[in-house]
Design a protein around this ligand. Structure first.
Ligand code: GDP
Length: 468
């Protein structure tokens, strides 16, 4: 069913050479590429795990590893060495910007992975949201040590991360039960953790057949790539797939190749060396096809830009198909100040521009909050790569989560776990989509300072932008 319908494509993109080998290759690549985000409580072992996988798959050269070992020895924490692999420092130096979400790459037999790594700065959640909103699938790392696990699960961020990932559109999850080396590979510890995590994941909307669990040690590298052979403590009770085998089985989500172009920006920087020079953006192609030399509309600024060059996985590409995370160098009108470019801007087809709104209607699920939501509640709205301030301007109704039927009109407040329809006013004009048109773009997550209040889907958008 992944056959390309050339006729349809040619209608939508008359100037695309749809028989071009480069385009076919770009689409093929995306049909095996999965964007993966690593989530979990601080210190659960996320960086160590990813660093070790990349090392084992030969993605880090010996020299670099040696350098990392030296650094971590200096800090007196040699067990941290794999965690430094994903250190964003080098990337930041190369680009001269602060990286919100780093990227690394690896391949398995059937799949190609882009790893989105949200560095654990103090304000981690917004970065994690940015990473998860670009991701198709997630690895949720949880501790295999009982007390540590509970610390992350009851009071910590394990649940919040899982809810955020789900509400941002991640549907497949591999739960890595980590550090089992510290509890002698106890089957009981492993099962107990599954018994906590599994019902919770089902409750927040993951489907049973889209979650898997795998016992590992990120530090020792156990059960990451190859199955352990001389570890009876584990193999006596676990003979299932290794972590990488689970990753290899993840399904590539359906990409929106036939829908009008939407390229969501995540960051702006000035390229100084390499293939991309000058005004550059980090972006994700959500739908449609983008290619070199295209003249496209940049919203919400209503200006035309030209695509100078596109790079994905550190390689120049001619075309980028939906699902591609890429860096793009742009030619901007000289009157436009590039410092306005930011996360949440969208490059689109001038014939089919994205909606821009200052108000929208959203069907939300209220999280496990202590203080009920009332009208006027200030919120930060996250919707794909947007992060905008606003407030809940109207509580329209509480609805039945299953049927969407109104249970109570004009409620005075919204309590935890309720499903409701609300209106949200934004402080600035923002690019948005309806959930019914774009599943990945039509979602919103509402936060208030440090807490996530609710997540939902956009069901009606304010005034529409007329085509140019
Ligand atoms: P992050 O904050 O989730 O990225 O966690 P880190 O990767 O920085 O790891 C936190 C601490 O746990 C470090 O001291 C690691 O060495 C340690 N650690 C991570 N994975 C394992 C593991 O599988 N076994 C053991 N024994 N320690 C681990």
């Amino acid at each position: 069913d992944d056959q390309i319908d050339h006729k349809v494509l040619n209608q939508i993109y008359p100037d695309v050479q749809y028989a071009d080998a480069n385009l076919i290759q770009a689409i093929d690549e995306d049909n095996k590429t999965i964007n993966l985000v690593i989530i979990g409580h601080v210190d659960s072992g996320k960086s160590t795990l990813m660093g070790h996988i990349l090392f084992k798959l030969g993605r880090i050269d010996k020299q670099h590893m040696h350098k990392i070992e030296k650094i971590s020895d200096q800090y007196g924490k040699s067990s941290f060495k794999f965690a430094y692999v994903l250190d964003e420092g080098e990337e930041e130096r190369r680009r001269g910007v602060t990286i919100n979400v780093g990227q690394s790459y690896f391949q398995t037999e059937k799949r190609q992975f882009v790893i989105l790594d949200a560095p654990g700065h103090q304000d981690y959640v917004p970065n994690m949201i940015s990473g998860a909103s670009q991701a198709d699938c997630a690895i949720l790392v949880v501790e295999g040590i009982r007390q540590e696990f509970l610390r992350g699960f009851i009071g910590g961020s394990t649940k919040e991360h899982a809810i955020l990932a789900r509400s941002l559109g991640v549907t497949q999850l591999v739960v890595a039960v980590n550090k089992l080396d510290m509890v002698e590979w106890s089957e009981d510890a492993y099962n107990e953790i599954i018994n906590h995590v599994q019902p919770f994941l089902l409750q927040i909307g993951f489907r049973q057949d889209n979650i898997s669990f795998v016992p590992i040690s990120g530090l020792n590298g156990t059960n990451l790539i190859e199955k352990p052979t001389s570890l009876p403590e584990l193999t006596s009770w676990y003979t299932g797939p290794s972590l990488i085998e689970y990753l290899d089985q993840l399904k590539v989500p359906k990409r929106n190749i036939y829908k009008p172009l939407r390229v969501c920006l995540y960051d702006y920087y000035k390229g100084t060396e390499g293939n991309l020079i000058g005004d550059c953006v980090q972006a994700k192609v959500e739908s449609g096809i983008i290619k070199e030399k295209d003249h496209l509309l940049l919203q919400p600024y209503n200006i035309m830009v030209t695509i100078k060059a596109i790079e994905a996985s550190n390689q120049l590409i001619k075309y980028a198909a939906p699902g591609t995370l890429c860096d793009i160098s742009l030619h901007l009108p000289s009157s436009f100040d590039p410092n306005y470019l930011k996360s949440g801007n969208v490059i689109c087809d001038p014939k089919y521009p994205i909606h821009q709104v200052k108000e929208f209607r959203c069907q939300i699920v209220v999280f496990d909050i202590e203080i009920p939501i009332t009208r006027g509640q200030p919120v930060t709205v996250y919707s794909f790569s947007n992060r905008v301030s606003g407030r809940i301007s109207k509580l329209e109704s509480v609805v039945n989560p299953k049927t969407g039927e109104s249970i109570k009109k004009n409620p005075r407040c919204l309590m935890k776990n309720q499903t409701a329809i609300v209106h949200i006013k934004l402080e600035e004009k923002t690019c948005m989509e309806l959930f019914s048109n774009y599943r990945t773009l039509g979602r919103a997550t509402l936060r208030d300072g440090q807490r996530t209040l609710a997540a939902g889907i956009n069901i009606e958008l304010g005034q529409k932008q007329l085509p140019l």
